[in-house]
Design a protein around this ligand. Structure first.
Ligand code: CA
Length: 237
């Protein structure tokens, strides 16, 4: 799974340069030139690291940083602030606002790449546990088998990966775009409707033996939850 780096930068030339260099390092890159959309994008795509320009026309980088730190679903994403040279005071304010690191423009590309890597190393490690458990659903990650109580449930590989993503983050709502990117990967073209099809298969397999814990959040996506809302009308057959 490739790490996604989000760049919030209104200067097109810098945005493109960062995109080019980050992609060369093997990352997926999302450039958002409008600061006002940065929060929504971060929530939707859950990037691994955010490179955040200090000077943006609509809302400052510092304000964005504070907002990100106030939102439970994105507050732990590492943020590297990009700012003009020599503004030492900005550095302090940026770090106060919750930035993890700080790079001054004009920056050297290798240095910035090293900073990105260092933030990725600090990011939470992906699940390495042997087992995931949610209520009566148990995933054996070594044998790649799913059980409900004592009953073995056969799942296709896509359903297995979908369920794993949901069970690693109970209660968290995943957008279809995020699931497509992280369950199917980037290189395959699939439409977001495909997610619904596989969720339906997953439900069908799991729900023969117990309660439906998969929650459909209209216009947003899916979560696994102990109190699924009744909003499943678009997923029933
Ligand atoms: Ca700028």
């Amino acid at each position: 799974m490739k790490n996604l780096i989000m760049v919030v930068e209104d200067e097109e030339a810098i945005g493109l340069m960062l995109k080019y260099n980050l992609e060369k390092e093997g990352y997926d890159v999302l450039v958002q030139s409008r600061g006002s959309r940065a929060i929504a994008d971060a929530e939707k795509y859950q990037p691994s690291v955010i490179l955040l320009d200090w000077m943006l026309p609509e809302i400052s980088g510092v304000e964005i940083c504070k907002l990100i730190r106030s939102k439970p679903d994105i507050k732990n994403i590492p943020i590297i602030m990009l700012t003009a040279k020599g503004e030492e005071e900005d550095k302090v304010r940026g770090l106060d606002a919750g930035a993890d690191d700080y790079v001054t423009k004009p920056f050297s590309v290798p240095e910035l790449m090293a900073r990105v890597k260092s933030q990725l190393r600090r990011a939470p490690e992906p699940q390495t546990e042997a087992e995931l458990v949610f209520e009566d659903i148990r995933m054996d990650l070594i044998e790649k088998k799913v059980f409900r109580g004592d009953t073995y449930i056969h799942l296709g590989p896509t359903e297995f990966r979908l369920l794993k993503m949901l069970m690693e983050n109970p209660g968290k709502v995943f957008s279809r775009e995020f699931l497509l990117k992280n369950v199917w990967g980037n290189n395959i073209y699939v439409e977001s409707r495909t997610v619904d099809v596989h969720i339906r298969r997953l439900r069908r397999a799991l729900n023969q033996y117990g309660q439906d814990y998969i929650r459909t959040v209209r216009a947003t996506g899916y979560a696994i939850d102990i109190n699924p809302q009744a909003d499943t009308s678009d997923d029933t057959d």
